[in-house]
Design a protein around this ligand. Structure first.
Ligand code: ACO
Length: 327
């Protein structure tokens, strides 16, 4: 199969896309009984982007993919695998990865979606790494894209203030230079009741608004498990890569809540100056959040070639995943 020297999956470029419409905490104060102060102090969120009517996960993912391909100077026809992390696909099938593949003109390569809720992008990165390491793929497009606000009940203040829409993407290439050093993927379906959507094609829909599609979340319990789980995930990932906390240059975490991010930074003995934070402007974009934060960090010049990045995410399932890589 593959050339033995081409061992690593290396990120050669990143891209991202956000909807135009900005919704601030003050805007939400007009819809539900909440306040800018409550949202900021509990979550760190100031505003979020919301997809326009008709603007889909696939539209955002496509734009992010184009930005990453342009930055990589790679043609869509060179891509031999597309993996998309999403919980909010455009339609049930074909997969959103297939829809994007056709729009890009990358027809013929393997393309599929991964549903791991907020961990979707990091899961996709872990799977792509295995395809490259095995010699099966040489150039892979990995996307995280969501329109989670389509699942939000705008009357429920406990959840509607938390989410936003967006997408990010990376182009991975087989390389002799170190790239992804370790990935850790986990799930525990026993936690389903703490964070889930109760309806679907097979289970059926209801007569409630939005056919019963909405996010059920026990916020306080999710928070506690997330902090504890990410704490042990960090240790596991460092051990898998044979690295110390002090060798990690940047933490690029899932952007659900600033307090969860701060707890993980503390576990890594990292000051917040070395943590990429976008939750204030994007809120929780689920699978979109890690690649959005990564792209912002790369394009702003903070993340530089040769630095070690720790990516991590936690979400519905529960699922949790990490990737430690040399950029
Ligand atoms: N505005 C004002 N008050 C509110 C709001 C709001 N938007 N939402 C809840 N409250 C009230 C509650 O009713 C409660 O009132 P009470 O004390 O009178 O009962 C009070 O605020 C405190 O509520 P808590 O739930 O204890 O608040 P907490 O500090 O835990 O913050 C939050 C809630 C932000 C949801 C937090 O628990 C959290 O971030 N949880 C984790 C979310 C997460 O990480 N999700 C995973 C990814 S999502 C995915 O995978 C799809």
């Amino acid at each position: 199969m593959g050339d033995k020297a081409l061992t690593y999956a290396r990120i050669i470029a990143t891209g991202s896309a956000l909807p135009e419409r900005v919704v601030t905490n003050a805007d939400l104060e007009k819809i539900v009984d909440t306040s800018d102060e409550w949202i900021r102090s509990r979550t760190g969120i100031r505003e979020r982007r919301i997809a326009a009517d008709g603007e889909t996960t696939g539209d955002l993912g496509y734009r992010a993919a184009i930005a990453a391909l342009e930055a990589a100077d790679v043609k869509a026809s060179e891509i031999d695998l597309i993996i998309l992390g999403t919980t909010t696909p455009d339609i049930i099938f074909p997969s959103t990865a297939c829809l994007i593949q056709h729009r890009l003109g990358a027809n013929g390569c393997a393309a599929f979606d991964i549903n791991a809720a907020c961990s979707g992008f990091v899961y996709a990165l872990g799977v792509a790494d295995k395809f490259i390491r095995s010699g099966q793929s040489k150039k892979v497009l990995v996307i995280g894209a969501e329109t989670l606000t389509r699942m939000v009940d705008w009357n429920e203040r406990e959840t509607c203030v938390l989410f936003g829409d967006g997408a990010g993407a990376v182009v991975l290439e087989a390389s002799e230079e170190p790239g992804i050093l370790a990935t850790c993927l986990h799930a525990d379906g026993g936690f389903k009741e703490l964070l889930y959507n109760p309806v679907g094609v097979s289970a059926g829909f209801t007569d409630e608004p939005n056919h019963g599609v909405r996010i059920h979340m026990s916020g306080r319990e999710v928070f506690k498990v997330a902090v504890k789980t990410l704490d042990s995930l960090v240790g596991e990932t460092l051990a898998a890569a044979g690295m110390e906390e002090s060798e990690v240059d940047w933490l690029i975490p899932h952007q659900a809540n600033l307090r969860i991010i701060e707890a993980t930074a503390k576990r890594l003995k990292m000051s917040m100056e070395r943590v990429i934070v976008t939750v204030d402007r994007h809120a929780n974009t689920s699978s979109g959040s890690v690649p959005l934060a990564l792209d912002e960090a790369v394009r702003s010049g903070r993340v530089k070639r040769g630095q070690n990045l720790l990516l991590e995410a936690f979400g519905g399932g529960f699922t949790w995943a990490s990737a430690l890589l040399k950029y």
